[in-house]
Design a protein around this ligand. Structure first.
Ligand code: AMP
Ligand code: MG
Length: 356
């Protein structure tokens, strides 16, 4: 990154040039900007979308226009994919009673990606789980533990394979409902990163709640540093630091949304096999890959699968790297992240590198 002194010097030069023009009386010359956009000038935006706080930082000469474009893109996606807004296509799909609806490319893409991940994870990710998520109260915050019969009835209508995705049209069997809580932020980060790259941005970091999407490296060429949160601690209590360049890093954890009843904690990541909060022994899963959609889908799916199945999935696919934290205070880091991850001193966690 350019030093503060360097930037101040640049500003001084611009100011001196402008003054010189004024003093020599060259009024007909075009105005000289007092500050020329430089590679490390940046723009920030913080806003609410998709039920969470988003905070974007874009660097470089086109930062302002590029930031406006991605903010608008996220708002457009929220309008399309919201499960609660009655004007969204997802709402329309969920209330179509089995009929097909005309769908925008984004809805087709996200549904197709989610369905593919459903197949590849053996149903650990299932976007048709929505009625079950709602029964637990995770959609409204009015938490409750549904009875076994309620859950088993609802699970009869859960099946990612039954979603029909065709050119320009999608449909669900009657009684089924989808929601993209598990993939939408990753998808949004990914499409925004692509949009920034198309506009010539070479350095940006987009924070969409627990989803981090980066474009390039920091303006000085060094990697972005992403904190990996202690599942038992506060938001700024990190057990490790992960370095990322031009990729997405997405974390799912039971600590992100939960309620407690009779001393038991119930979190928002549900195992589609049981209809109850996933208890695979993990407390947090971080996925690093080029595709934010893949990261988001897999962070949820591997949390459901647990360590052994999750690492088998990694061995089989190798199109991502991951960090898994378990209830025994181990932190499992796959080989591709061994150099990028640093454990914070005194974290209380044991680092275990997974080679193969
Ligand atoms: P994430 O924070 O990305 O792990 O996504 C969790 C959100 O996705 C929850 O708040 C639910 O709305 C939804 N969800 C929970 N469990 C699953 C699952 N197994 N498959 C798909 N979506 C899920
Ligand atoms: Mg997810």
């Amino acid at each position: 990154m350019q030093s503060k002194g360097g930037l101040a010097l640049k500003r001084l030069f611009a100011l001196t040039a402008a003054l010189a023009l004024l003093l020599t009386g060259c009024q007909s010359q075009p105005a000289v900007p007092t500050e020329t956009p430089s590679a490390d000038s940046h723009r920030d935006a913080a806003f609410l979308a998709m039920d969470t706080v988003m905070s974007f930082t874009v660097y470089g000469p086109v930062a302002e226009e590029a930031l406006a474009a991605v903010t608008e893109r996220v708002n457009g996606l929220e309008q399309l994919l919201s499960v609660t807004r009655e004007d969204s296509q997802v709402w329309q799909l969920n209330h179509a009673e089995g009929r097909s609806i005309d769908a925008d490319d984004d809805l087709i893409s996200i549904l197709a990606a989610a369905q593919n991940l459903g197949y590849s994870t053996g149903g650990a990710l299932d976007v048709t789980l929505y009625p079950v998520v709602r029964a637990w109260g995770f959609t409204t915050g009015e938490y409750q533990i549904p009875g076994d019969e309620v859950i088993s009835n609802l699970l009869e209508k859960v099946d990612y394979r039954a979603v029909s995705v065709r050119e320009g049209q999608v449909s669900l069997p009657e009684g089924m409902e989808v929601d993209f809580g598990a993939v939408a932020k990753g998808y949004a980060g990914e499409v925004c990163a692509d949009l920034l790259r198309e506009r010539g941005v070479t350095s940006a970091i987009l924070r969409l709640s627990g989803n981090i999407q980066t474009v390039g490296a920091k303006p000085d060429g060094s990697p972005w540093r992403v904190g990996i949160q202690n599942p038992n601690g506060q938001a700024n209590d990190n057990v490790g630091i992960l370095e990322v360049i031009d990729q997405a890093a997405v974390t799912s954890g039971g600590y992100q949304r939960f309620f407690e009843q009779d001393g038991v904690r119930y979190w928002h990541i549900i195992d589609p096999a049981t209809g109850a909060p996933a208890r695979g022994g993990l407390t947090s899963v971080t996925i690093v890959a080029d595709s934010g959609t893949l990261c988001d889908g897999l962070s949820t799916a591997l949390f459901v699968m647990g360590r052994e199945k999750g690492l088998d999935y990694w061995r089989e696919h190798r199109n991502f790297e991951c960090i898994l934290m378990d209830e025994e205070q181990n932190i499992w880091v796959t080989a591709g992240l061994a150099d990028a991850f640093t454990l914070v001193d005194g974290s209380g966690y044991t680092l275990r590198i997974v080679e193969e």
